[in-house]
Design a binder for this molecule. Structure first.
Ligand code: WTA
Length: 679
């Protein structure tokens, strides 16, 4: 295993020679302009896009310092555009109409389809008309709870075309989570599907949607329309799209049992059949909202991260072009779900704004077997591939044979995102998947940043396994200590960003104060990422993980507070504390300490019930790996739970550090004894 900092991997000549940025000197030159003269840098990039009216006011303007007044970030004042127009019509005008926008690859091998830019434009226009007919107007929020199917992209682009704000909820979230997001965003239209198979597991999305809509109703909010895509339903030809000779398993054609509410529910295909395929885009101001997307908050309630038009468009497009070194004609594949920011920026917007041909994959990396991803890579000749460390670690477990069975010759750039990648996984990605001839790009960024913040560029940046390397264009990172003082040279501390970039979030939907509090209060004058990092002698950044009460399970940020409040809802639980625990595949997993009410018994049945509770309240991704009985929790004299101590107990590390502030240290002994047998 290579230790941190060991080994530098320079871009191979065959990639460097044809790349957009082909030397580290060229990167430094472009970087310098991007941070010293953002107007010139982004202004040039903006020329490649369609603007109904040009920027007339300030190109950029901001206040990052709460002491100077309200925080705000604005780009390209006065410009009007439409992001959907730039994704579709503008590319079609450039001659890309007959190019494939997406190859859709279903859960079942052989269940596949494709759609060109021309065809996609027609579908999007029809859907825009459908939404208008449902009363959706510019600025209205539309909730989307869908599997990874082309209709999901159609729905999001249709929102963008009419200026509605899409709020996509990941298909793995529970009815409670969906309801919470619909309520917070006040989305009166929900778009969903009947159901989806992930591997052999069936998810009845319509049923979950019904439960969520009912919960909203009980909270006093009415979802007036629920539009349902028939993805599994009985109208489809049985086994349609199946390539039976090579691939026996086929998408089952089933009618899912759901209640149909005639006044509210409608089939997508019925509405689309009657809709016109023409729709003039609504021209929007640079700072009108484009979409919102919920991310975990350290206080428990998810935050609706709001992104706007012009800046997000420039940033998603530019990062896609440079970080994946995307060139026309190449096939690109990001394995994320569109329900996460990675899918928004690097399945839909970024690639489409580059006129790219991409793969959308509905299934899972290890089903029917662990070679599925490489089979798809070969099928479509994918050259740029983007996935998460947790997927790489899962595949490592299955060994090299599944990889070697497939050629993977087309691959050039291999990206990773979502959590720190450990050097072993990095090296396996490089040596085994990439056959030592591809570039690895470890991209560090957040829902809030809209696009990459720290990342290598394939043709330019020498990579070090485990480091997200250097800032992308426009990013000015700094490392500060607890007092907010900037550190020089090699150092360790909090990662902050010093100046805005076009793709930055603008506010927390409906709660601007929370935006200011969360990101700008701890270190006035800086955007605080919430991540810790070190910087080495070459100026490379190494992310060490969250510095707040969040954890990262398989690349998904979870809030300890949100899981705790789910546990406390169980009638037997008096108090709960949740910490992150290392996990060989997921990176981190959920470890819970629960204090029971008087007279309640801690046993396997209760552990099972608590897991169900978390699954219901949040979703399967948050289900605890370990739950232990905690007759007492270590607390400070002021009553604050000492999570630092709990993390040590979870890991069975006896050296607890300074415990002088602990109110009652006798609880610790009991907790060590009560550690679950299976940890
Ligand atoms: C973590 C995902 C290390 C980090 C795009 C960040 C990473 C959080 C990396 C954002 C990486 C993401 N190396 N850590 N390459 N990428 N993270 O909002 O803690 O789901 O703050 O956005 O994931 O997660 P989010």
């Amino acid at each position: 295993m290579a230790d941190k900092g060991e080994g530098v991997y320079v871009p191979p000549d065959h990639i460097r020679e044809n790349s957009h940025v082909s030397s580290i000197e060229q990167y430094h030159k472009m970087y310098k302009e991007s941070v010293e003269n953002p107007e010139a840098f982004w202004g040039k990039i903006a020329h490649d896009f369609y603007w109904k009216t040009q920027c007339t006011g300030k190109f950029w303007e901001y206040n990052y310092d709460v002491r100077q007044g309200d925080i705000f970030i604005k780009w390209m004042e006065g410009a009007t555009t439409n992001v959907c127009y730039n994704c579709l019509d503008h590319n079609i005008d450039k001659g890309l109409g007959d190019s494939v926008a997406f190859y859709w690859e279903g859960n079942y091998p052989g269940d596949a389809s494709q759609i060109t830019y021309n065809q996609l434009l027609k579908e999007v226009c029809k859907c825009a008309n459908v939404l208008i007919n449902k009363g959706v107007k510019k600025g209205d929020r539309v909730a989307i709870y869908m599997p990874m199917i082309v209709e999901l992209v159609v729905a999001m682009l249709a929102c963008a075309r009419i200026g509605a704000v899409h709020s996509i909820v990941f298909g793995g979230f529970s009815a409670d989570s969906l309801a919470g997001r619909i309520l917070d965003s006040k989305s009166s239209v929900l778009i969903t599907a009947d159901g989806v198979y992930r591997g052999e597991k069936l998810l009845n999305l319509k049923e979950i949607s019904d439960t969520a809509i009912q919960e909203c109703l009980e909270a006093g909010f009415t979802v007036s329309s629920c539009i349902v895509v028939r993805h599994l339903g009985e109208s489809r030809e049985p086994g349609a799209g199946g390539d039976t000779e090579h691939h026996p398993p086929k998408r089952p054609c089933i009618k899912l049992q759901t209640n149909w509410h005639n006044d509210r529910d409608c089939w997508w295909h019925d509405l689309m059949a009657d809709a016109s395929d023409q729709f003039e885009p609504v021209w929007l101001d640079a700072e009108d909202p484009l979409f919102m997307l919920y991310t975990s908050g350290s206080t428990g309630k998810p935050k609706g991260v709001l992104h706007t038009q012009a800046g997000y468009m420039l940033y998603a497009a530019t990062t896609t072009k440079y970080v994946f070194d995307y060139k026309p004609g190449e096939v690109y594949w990001c394995t994320a779900d569109i329900g996460w920011i990675t899918g928004h920026s690097y399945i839909t917007y970024g690639p489409m704004l580059n006129g790219a041909t991409s793969v959308i994959f509905e299934g899972m990396p290890i089903w029917p077997d662990a070679g599925r991803m490489w089979e798809i890579v070969d099928k479509y000749k994918v050259s740029k591939f983007y996935t998460a460390p947790t997927a790489i670690r899962t595949l490592m477990k299955f060994g090299e044979d599944y990889v070697k069975k497939h050629s993977r010759k087309s691959l050039k750039v291999l990206g990773t995102v979502g959590e720190p990648i450990n050097p072993e996984a990095w090296l396996w990605y490089y040596n085994v998947i990439g056959d030592k001839r591809c570039c690895i790009v470890d991209t560090y960024w957040q829902t809030e940043t809209g696009g990459h913040v720290l990342t290598p560029l394939p043709g330019a940046t020498p990579a070090k396994p485990g480091s997200a390397t250097l800032p992308f264009f426009g990013q000015v990172p700094a490392v500060v200590n607890e007092n907010g003082e900037e550190l020089d040279g090699p150092c360790e501390g909090y990662l902050v960003l010093k100046q805005p970039w076009p793709g930055q979030m603008r506010t927390v939907y409906g709660d601007h104060q929370r935006f200011e509090r969360t990101y700008f209060q701890k270190f006035p004058g800086y955007y605080c990422t919430g991540d810790g990092c070190t910087r080495d002698k070459d100026g490379y950044y190494w992310i060490t993980g969250r510095t707040d009460d969040m954890m990262n399970v398989s690349g998904h940020l979870l809030s300890t507070a949100e899981i705790e409040s789910a546990l406390i809802e169980h009638s037997a639980v008096a108090e709960a504390a949740v910490v992150a625990y290392p996990h060989s595949i997921k990176g981190e997993c959920v470890y819970c300490f629960v204090t029971l009410k008087e007279g309640k018994m801690f046993n396997d049945a209760l552990v099972g019930e608590l897991k169900v509770k978390v699954r219901q309240k949040i979703g399967p991704i948050a289900v605890p790996e370990y739950i232990q009985n905690a007759p007492g929790l270590p607390k400070t004299r002021s009553g604050k739970i000492m999570r630092r101590v709990l993390r040590k107990i979870a890991k069975n590390q006896q050296d607890l550090g300074d415990v002088s502030t602990m109110a009652d240290s006798s609880v610790v002994e009991v907790l060590f004894q009560n550690r679950p047998k299976n940890v």
